[in-house]
Design a protein around this ligand. Sequence first.
Ligand SMILES: [Zn+2]
Length: 308
Amino acid sequence: MVESLGFEEFCERFEQEDVCRAALYEARWPDGFRCPRCDDQHAYVIRSRKLPLYECSSCRHQTSHIAGTIFEGSRTPLRLWFQALYLHAQPGGISALRLASIIDTTYKTAWLICHKIRHAMREADKSELLTGLVRINWGQYGGPYNPTVYLHPQEHILLMAASIEETGELAQVKIKQVPQDHLNEGYIVSFGKRQFIKEHVAPDAYEVIVETRKFRANKFQPLFQMCKKLNCWLNFTFHGIGGKHLQAYLDQYCFGMNMQLRRQPILTKLLELSASTPTLTYPVLIRDKTARRKSRPLSFFRVRAAAS
Ligand SMILES: [Zn+2]
């Protein structure tokens, strides 16, 4: 029902913190309370504190409506979080800069909220493997105006993949940034291709068609077009994205697209995910995820690629 509300109506509906808390409780425990430790369904409500606590009647574990969610540890009021979720559920999403001006927070707070929401979207992507007929294409973000065989510093190689309907239309999509150690002079090595299939394609997929070379005419057109749209979205909405956090934006793009393909209500799903995904902290978010990979010897992967 919240899907049909305009932004102003939505802000009015979720203006009070207790209304947001009730909606969050409903999204987190749609069938009633469940203890996160022992799964018991009964709890006592402790109201002596500023915010209610739920104490499990079986194991005495105490939890709150935000413990174990992306809202945990945040000092931002829930009504502003809800506005951020609403704006992320709109076609095209929103940049941290615009969000900061709308909900009146600092840029850093808005940036962190955006990334926590993307983190919830990413968790949804992880649990859904591609099935049936799967097509995988080479793709790129950024890069030079005149393409060459050499990798430009601002060029990020991607693997664009989709489950395909019998009608030839896309059913589910995934886009992943290819790590440096799965590349050799800008080309995706066989090991990288196999690793992608292992991580993102269901073992019972009946056919997997892969084209990971850059200059090939037989790329699957719907994926090729999706790559173009993705580049436009990243450049138009966010004015360009660097390599470090690119994957989070790719996951956001796929989440929106998959919701659209399945005709699922995106805001309701986003609230459910936010209420069931443990938070991502700032130190973890800014940690250099590529540090470990960079330290691994490249030669190991080159030998593997040559041998396959
Ligand atoms: Zn319990």
